[in-house]
Design a protein around this ligand. Sequence first.
Ligand SMILES: [Zn+2]
Length: 238
Amino acid sequence: MDPRLANLVELQKAMAVRHRLQKEKTELPERIKAVEQQLAQVGATLQEAEATFKEHEHRLREKEAQLQDVQAKENKIKGQLFQIKTNKEYQAALQEVENFKVKRGQVEEEILILLDTVEDEKRVLQERRDESKAHESRLKMTLDGLQKRSAEIDAELTVAAQGADAVAKNVNPDLLARFQRIFDAKDGVALTPGNGDYCHSCQVHLTPHVVQVVKRGQDFVLCEGCSRFLYWDSELGD
Ligand SMILES: [Zn+2]
């Protein structure tokens, strides 16, 4: 292979490493933010469930207080029945007792429903607390990993950039500029294998003439499909 082409093979490898790290670095803040949002969401969802549970518990306490109140009023009137002089007043008091009984029945019914609700919610809430805890610890581990990656990626990027720069020094500046343009425009791949008579980047079938040039490795040839440089990768075979 022509040394100039061999240098491009090395350059592609070195620039691809840098490109992958740059991409990762760019994406890291978004990925961190997404995990932080998920964490906040898990907390908020649980808080909502806790608040609903508390509200129902509070309503139950209120209903229990109301029941005591109704019961007390009912008892009070019952206690006064003997002191009533006129029949009319007695009938009215009996009616009032009856009204309180009905009311007491209603409140008792409401209490039973609320008791069921609160019991169910208590059980579900405990499950959700456990799930949230597990989910949170998974998310925190992911977040830790991403933050560690954030801290170390700059050092890796510096090494990769030095590697790419060192290889780039061996490439003719015009050729390097051309290579860089293709690299930037074609998602970090400026040079691609042509083994098997097709372009390994865009899958276009290569003409026998192009295949011949690629195999010989003495001239630069671009893929007709994607305009990337083609080369013969000796590790891939025919
Ligand atoms: Zn192609």
